[in-house]
Write a protein that binds this ligand. Structure first.
Ligand SMILES: NC(=O)c1ccc[n+]([C@@H]2O[C@H](COP(=O)([O-])OP(=O)(O)OC[C@H]3O[C@@H](n4cnc5c(N)ncnc54)[C@H](OP(=O)(O)O)[C@@H]3O)[C@@H](O)[C@H]2O)c1
Length: 149
């Protein structure tokens, strides 16, 4: 089974990942970093997120999740060292018990309403900061890499 299960997301300051479930994300400033970090590893996403993609993500095995799928069984079939859970909010919530890391990039935006990072009931997670990467110095955009304790 895969060792590292990494949630990766761009979030607003008020904790949203999209304005609504069908939004194509154009405001994220860390797409280059996202590509570098996920390249070569399986990426798991929900069907809403899959439908927002203009095309398949090259060089990465795409696993599309539906409501009847069991997150634990999905992860058991992955034999790479790491995989990425790339959204959206419902998928982040359903995989939350299995997460080992969270890579979060806050953006200078407030939506007020939208799709929360975790869309569903989850258990509390305690995190410790592993490292951070400056994505855009001028705009103060930083990716925080947390380990789940
Ligand atoms: N900012 C970011 O980093 C980022 C990253 C990824 C995605 N997003 C955005 O997130 C949004 C999509 O997020 P989302 O949470 O709506 O969808 P999602 O997690 O992408 O997909 C929905 C998932 O939940 C399942 N589901 C639907 N209704 C359910 C129910 N009643 N009970 C249990 N499971 C259910 C779906 O299964 P079925 O297929 O069976 O319906 C599907 O697996 C899009 O706007 C996307 O662009 C943002």
């Amino acid at each position: 089974m895969v060792k590292d299960v990494i949630l990766i997301a761009a979030v607003t300051v008020d904790g949203f990942i999209a304005r609504h479930s069908h939004e194509k994300i154009r405001w994220s400033k860390d797409l280059k970093l996202f590509k570098e970090q996920t390249m070569g590893f399986p990426v798991i996403m929900g069907s809403n997120t899959y439908n927002t993609l203009a095309k398949e993500l090259d060089g990465r095995k795409t696993i599309k999740i539906h409501r009847q799928d069991d997150p634990g069984a999905t992860l058991e079939q992955i034999n790479t060292e790491r995989c990425f859970i790339i959204g959206g909010g419902k998928t982040f919530a359903s995989f939350s018990p299995y997460l080992t890391h969270l890579y979060i990039t806050p953006h200078p935006l407030v939506f007020g309403v939208g799709v929360p990072l975790f869309d569903g009931k989850i258990n509390e997670l305690n995190l410790s900061l592993d490292r951070y990467i400056i994505v855009n110095h001028k705009e103060g955009i930083i990716q925080y890499q947390y380990k789940v304790l």
